[in-house]
Design a protein. Structure first.
Length: 171
């Protein structure tokens, strides 16, 4: 079977098994706009609505928009520019989303790194997607300290105090 015939067969199987009632085309309520456009719209239209609830602490759309603006400014102030890669070594937490949106707002590339990685796994991943900057939580400081000495291009942010605090969220 040639490649085209195989792809046509797969397309037919896919179409036959598509769940009934599920749209076949993507729906973009705001059009094909970047994700930060959606965040800014929700922050304008529903500024006080909870967007994140983390261990009982709420962060509104307006706050997420503001915090991610601050993070983008922080990265810019540290010399990052559009197109730079920023590795984020965090678990699922509000700071991950703040970093994600802030990185996108600056036009940088978000590089999520599994926070459960051990030293060798981390080195393997970073070798193939070297970041210009690096953000991590305090639980990963020992690994990052070792790596920042081992990988010459890795700039590690090892501050004990965040550049802004999240009300009601303590680690």
């Amino acid at each position: 079977m040639d490649r085209m015939a195989h792809l046509e067969k797969l397309e037919k199987l896919w179409a036959e098994s598509w769940p009934e009632g599920l749209a076949r085309e993507l729906d973009y309520p705001l059009g094909e706009t970047p994700m930060i456009g959606y965040l800014r719209k929700w922050a304008r239209e529903t500024p006080d609505k909870a967007c994140l609830i983390y261990y009982g602490a709420e962060i509104t759309f307006s706050q997420l928009d503001d915090y991610s603006d601050r993070f983008a400014a922080y990265l810019s102030g540290n010399g990052l520019e559009k197109g730079d890669r920023v590795a984020v070594f965090l678990p699922n937490c509000p700071q991950f989303l703040i970093a994600f949106y802030g990185i996108l707002k600056l036009g940088c590339i978000h590089v999520p790194v599994n926070p459960l990685f051990k030293e060798t796994e981390f080195i393997y991943e970073i070798q193939y997607d070297v970041a210009a900057d690096f953000r991590t939580g305090s639980s990963n400081f020992p690994l990052i300290s070792f790596l920042s000495e081992s990988i010459f291009c890795l700039h590690s942010a090892r501050t004990k105090t965040p550049f802004f605090s999240l009300p009601g969220i303590k680690f």
